[in-house]
Design a protein. Structure first.
Length: 264
């Protein structure tokens, strides 16, 4: 029987491999593997007070786009953690390529159960990653212990809405492997219950919808090249999933939002 962490690694490894990497390079609207532009991440991080000499935790750091972006902009230190070795290899090599070895470190592990040093970080950041984590209250409790008093959570992610049907909720959990997805209000409640005070929340559905549309158009333009390298199946999977996501945003069944919370 697989442990929860092994189950996550096995499932996520199916998604986060070379085909996803290439698809997001084509999709690219910025440094991160997400529908979020670099200037939005920087503006949000700045509003949370992220600055030089701070230590930032990035649970579910993926290929490290967010950590590199923060270090480039603020010269802060970042510790990223991810459960998929391929993602960590990409992240490490990109950080080395940019000469950030002294400021960015990555560890392999489960972001929910990892024993982080206590009260060691000024902020924890999520850009379209924590939706993969089913147990948000557990994740928030773990992060709460790792943050200094007054430490911030900076979150920019996908959310359900009051209009989301059961069918769409099941579909997004399956299509994107987003078992943790919930509404903004439910997320804020989870923050309240785990010792955080929400200080800012903002809907970004329209902005992210535009990004999904722009990304899909790029992917379609590069269809022949992508199919030549990886075959029809992953291309169909990516383009169908993104088209479905666009429709769900248009119908307000899915949204994106920024949430800032502070450890109390
Ligand atoms: C969409 S990617 C992250 C994208 C990144 N924020 C960026 O924008 O470049 C999500 C990452 O979360 C990781 N992940 C999901 N659940 C995890 C967990 N429980 N512990 C560690 N990593 C996890 C996946 O392996 C994947 O690399």
């Amino acid at each position: 029987m697989l442990s929860e962490t092994e189950e996550r690694r096995t499932r996520l490894t199916l998604i986060y491999g070379p085909a996803f990497r290439r698809a997001f390079e084509i999709f690219a609207l910025g440094t991160t593997d997400s529908p979020v532009r670099d200037d939005e991440v920087i503006e949000l991080a700045r509003s949370a007070g992220i600055s030089k000499e701070q230590r930032i935790l990035e649970p579910c750091s993926g290929s490290g786009g967010v950590s590199r972006l923060l270090t480039r902009e603020f010269r802060c230190e970042v510790l990223g953690i991810d459960v998929v070795p391929y993602q960590l290899d990409v992240a490490k090599s990109k950080a080395a390529h940019e000469g950030f070895q002294s400021l960015i470190a990555y560890i392999e592990g489960d972001a929910v159960t990892y024993a982080y040093p206590r009260e060691a970080f000024d902020a924890a950041i999520d850009v379209f990653a924590w939706v993969h984590v089913a147990d948000w209250p557990d994740l928030f409790r773990t992060i709460h212990e790792a943050l200094k008093p007054g430490g911030k959570i900076v979150m920019y992610d996908a959310f359900l809405t009051p209009k989301t049907t059961k069918q769409t909720e099941e579909a997004v959990k399956d299509k994107w492997f987003d078992p943790g997805i919930r509404t903004v209000d439910d997320c804020c409640l989870a923050f309240d219950r785990t010792g955080f005070r929400v200080i800012h929340k903002e809907d970004r559905r329209q902005r992210v919808l535009e990004s999904w549309r722009a990304g899909l158009a790029r992917l379609k333009e590069a269809a022949d090249e992508f199919i030549g390298e990886f075959g029809e199946e992953p291309y169909e999977l990516f383009s169908e999933t993104i088209s479905w996501t666009i429709r769900a945003h248009e119908e307000e069944e899915l949204t994106a939002a920024q949430i800032l919370a502070e450890k109390v």
